[in-house]
Design a protein around this ligand. Structure first.
Ligand code: ZN
Ligand code: ZN
Length: 473
């Protein structure tokens, strides 16, 4: 087992190793330069050599992977951007080679709808140029491959399927300095269901018949905030997403995968992977190994946080009773769900209060611009309500959220406080467990207070925020 973590060293290379150790990781991934800037980082040869030395002699960290700059788009039709991207890739690879990295992970970019076939050649050219023009690999150091990362599949992103990646490698005549990094969240979002032994076997078959298993150098291990096939790149902490520990275990426990570096790129509590994320990942791999070892109750080894998100309630019963005999994991899940539902209720109510305010603004003087802003706000409120409903996965909450949005739209600012209170109360009734009730009540009180405050603020202020929101959209 080799759980890795993306660490932010803030440009300090050697300390990145220690950040990884502190987390309990045995591999790390770092950015070769500031990921959202073109400006290349300038490492003196001695600095690179010092890192190489520290990393290669490190007692617990086995691999350093580098992640290339996000701005790179090798599929761009804009020649300037393309050229800038190639130069940037060359620089990234120079640094990665200098660090003695095990691979430079790359998002290839997006053709923005032009079509994959049209961009294969230019991407292959970019790879060939980078491999030829980057600073050479220091003597005695293993070569650093460019690892093409699979994409979630939004907006014409290249690498949305293993087939696309195979085409790219084929276009470079199968250069063995090109490899593969599979991101579990992207794969899930691109519609590949690997969450069973059969699904994982299918994936491995596809890799074997396509680019070859020897090109698969690492995984990005992430859960997903997006459902299967949702085509968006949104990482979740392991066990807290739509895949869950139960869905990841068959993949990460597979004999051909369990020893590859599995690098966490999870949000943690906002600053990236933490020690507890590494622990949870290890537990999921252990459970997966048990699965392949034929241990009957392997699922019991999954971390509590890695329980499946409960499926949506199918019956339309209005009162949802809490289970009488709650097991410890079930209790934990219920607690989590309660937190989630409170959060989303809060969010929706917040939004609807804003929304109601914008309605008043509109009444005062309805210009076309304001109308547009209003409809944008309406849309985003609806979206939010939908999202919140999905999060809790309960039809009752969905209904409540819908109602919330609708009625709040109808009300004026003075009424907003009242309605928020009422609606929050309603939603309190709807939630299932005692703990939920407690939490929801708390937030309801807070909410009512907040919306009262809000309604007191100047109309111009609310107008501003509504316009801001719509501009963001
Ligand atoms: Zn990734
Ligand atoms: Zn991603």
């Amino acid at each position: 087992m080799n759980i890795g973590a993306h660490v932010r060293g803030g440009g300090k290379l050697v300390s990145s190793l220690e950040y990884g150790v502190e987390m309990g990781a045995t591999s790390i991934q770092i950015f070769t330069q500031s990921p959202r800037m073109w400006k290349p980082s300038q490492y003196a040869p001695e600095v690179l050599a010092a890192y190489r030395e520290a990393a290669s002699t490190h007692p617990t960290i086995t691999d350093t992977f580098c992640h290339a700059t996000y701005l790179i788009n090798l599929a761009s039709a804009d020649l300037d951007l393309y050229e800038k991207s190639v130069v940037c890739l060359i620089h990234n690879l120079s640094v990665a080679r200098g660090l003695g990295s095990s691979g430079l992970v790359l998002h290839v970019g997006s053709h923005l709808g032009a079509g994959f076939d049209d961009v294969v050649r230019q991407i292959a050219d970019a790879f060939e140029r980078a491999l030829a023009e980057a600073d050479p690999t220091p003597e005695g150091v293993a070569d650093c491959p460019i690892l093409i990362e699979n994409a979630a599949g939004s907006g014409g992103t290249v690498g949305r399927s293993l087939e696309e990646i195979r085409f790219l490698i084929d276009a470079c005549n199968g250069d063995d300095r090109l490899g593969l990094c599979i991101d579990t969240q992207h794969l899930w979002a691109s519609g590949f269901d690997y969450s069973s032994v059969a699904g994982t076997e299918r994936l491995i078959k596809e890799i074997e018949l396509g680019v070859g298993m020897e090109r698969l150098r690492c995984f990005h291990l992430n859960d997903s905030k997006i459902e299967l096939g949702g085509n968006r790149d949104r990482h979740a902490n392991i066990g807290e997403g739509t895949i869950g520990g139960r869905g990841l275990a068959p993949l990460v426990g597979h004999p051909l995968i369990r020893n590859l570096p599995l690098i966490l790129e999870v949000p943690g509590s906002g600053d990236g992977p933490r020690a507890e994320d590494v622990t949870v990942a290890k537990q999921v791999v252990m459970a997966g190994i048990e699965l392949y070892d034929g241990v009957a109750n392997w699922e019991e080894s999954l971390p509590v946080t890695a329980a499946f998100t409960p499926p949506p309630v199918k019956s339309v019963s209005k009162t949802v009773k809490a289970p009488t005999k709650a097991t410890a994991p079930a209790k934990a899940t219920a607690k989590k769900e309660a937190k989630k539902s409170t959060k989303s209720t809060k969010k929706v109510a917040k939004k609807t209060t804003k929304k109601a305010s914008s309605k008043v603004t509109k009444k005062v003087s309805a210009t076309p611009a304001k109308k547009a802003a209003k409809s944008a706000a309406k849309k985003s409120a609806k979206k939010l309500a939908k999202k919140a409903a999905k999060k809790t996965n309960s039809k009752a909450t969905k209904r409540a959220a819908k109602k919330l949005t609708k009625s709040a739209v109808k009300r004026t600012t003075t009424k907003a406080a009242k309605s928020a209170k009422k609606l929050a109360k309603k939603s309190v009734k709807k939630v299932a467990t005692k703990s939920t009730k407690k939490l929801a009540k708390k937030s309801a009180k807070k909410l009512a207070k907040k919306s009262t405050k809000k309604s007191a603020t100047k109309k111009s202020a609310t107008k501003k925020s509504a316009t801001k929101k719509s501009a963001k959209k």
